[in-house]
Design a binder for this molecule. Structure first.
Ligand code: SAM
Length: 355
């Protein structure tokens, strides 16, 4: 369990966004690795696996939205903290009609926009390509009301997606409140907010397992280090330094899940799913096996590596074989890193909650 949380004090509330510029700087400076470099990365298979988890999540909730709609109805999506546009092809495949992309890192937003233009150009040339309109802007989703930046502030969204980023807003209540409002306020009733983020319970479990006074843990692909006393963590601003091989090296914040759920409720969002990556993998594998094998870099054969955990062994077996042939698969370190995360989904019930 998480340590008992203290109540929100004035200082926490007023603390604001002391770390957002560090995060923005980190992502702005991040170089986009070429194909060859990506293949050589120690977390190559984990990145593919994470991508598959995102695809499964997007497909699951897009399918639910499509069930409520008539053919030809518009499908509008907000990709909050879109990064360099790693999910653009997923939106393309989901046959959406309009996409809003925003991120705090201007360099990433520019790259995302260019990627979108490439996809749109390809769709122009091919008669099979889907074409969706899109808008892009850089801004801090924890401080700015996003709808004021949309081309049409009255726009109604069907889906809001925030992948591997919502935890940044748990620096303070003010920021978390703003980000949750941004996720919820333009969603149509019946629409969904989906996210992936680190699982605070799992982080604390591993920290405790590392020793009573431990402040850090990790392996050769990731590390987590708390600055102060990890036995007295606040509800907001529970800061740790996260390092992930070649991709992330910046401050992050624990997301106290009951607080996240409460914040969602404030804006009319009801929690309908919370699953760890390991659980979600197991649950959605029957429908996603083919896609997983396609997305797992099957051309690069990995040497056998260690692994004794039951779930990990299952992933190795599933991802690692195709027609009996050994192919690329996750290392144990990658599995440990990916199982730090959870997926969650909220349904927009109404515009305010009188609980
Ligand atoms: N969602 C993308 C994906 O799945 O590929 C990017 C994930 S990346 C791990 C986290 C992203 O969150 C970065 O692009 C970063 O710039 C963005 N981010 C962090 N804090 C933010 C904030 N306060 N407002 C908007 N974006 C933020």
């Amino acid at each position: 369990n998480l340590p008992a949380s203290t109540s929100i004090n004035d200082e926490e509330e007023a603390s604001g966004a002391a770390n957002t510029h560090v995060v923005a700087h980190h992502y702005n400076e991040l170089k986009e690795a070429g194909r060859k470099e990506r293949h050589k990365s120690k977390i190559y298979f984990m990145r593919n696996f994470n991508n598959w988890i995102k695809s499964q999540l997007i497909n699951e909730y897009m399918a639910l939205i499509k069930q409520q709609k008539r053919i030809g109805d518009a499908l509008r999506v907000l990709d909050m903290c879109c990064g360099k546009g790693g999910d653009l092809l997923k939106w393309d495949k989901a046959a959406i009609s309009h996409l809003i992309c925003t991120d705090i890192a201007e360099v990433s937003v520019e790259q995302c926009k260019r990627r979108y233009q490439d996809i749109a150009q390809r769709a122009d040339k091919s008669k099979f390509g889907n074409k969706f309109t899109a808008e892009f802007f850089a801004c801090d989703s924890t401080m700015v009301r996003l709808r004021e930046r949309y081309k049409d502030a009255s726009l109604q969204l069907n889906l809001v997606s925030c992948q591997f980023a919502f935890h940044y807003c748990f620096e303070s209540l003010v920021q978390a409140d703003c980000m949750m409002r941004n996720a919820a306020e333009c969603l149509q009733p019946g629409g969904y907010f989906i996210a992936t983020m680190p699982d605070a319970y799992e982080i604390i479990r591993r920290l405790k397992a590392a020793g009573p006074d431990a402040r850090s843990f990790g392996n050769d692909v990731y590390s987590i280090e708390f600055e102060g006393n990890a036995n007295e963590l606040p509800l907001f601003g529970a800061k740790y330094q996260f390092h992930l091989e070649g991709v992330v090296d910046c401050p992050e914040f624990l997301v106290h899940f009951p607080t996240l759920v409460k914040l969602g409720r404030k804006f009319g969002l009801q929690l309908i799913r919370r699953s760890t990556f390991a659980e979600y993998y197991k649950e959605t594998l029957p429908q996603g096996r083919h896609l997983l094998q396609r997305m797992s870099g099957l051309e690069s054969v990995q040497p056998q590596r260690c692994g004794n955990d039951e779930q990990f062994a299952h992933v190795r077996k599933t991802v690692g074989t195709q027609r009996g042939r050994a192919v690329g698969t996750l290392s144990k370190s990658e599995w440990e890193a990916t199982t730090l995360y959870l997926v969650c989904a909220f349904k927009k019930c109404k515009n305010s909650w009188d609980a």
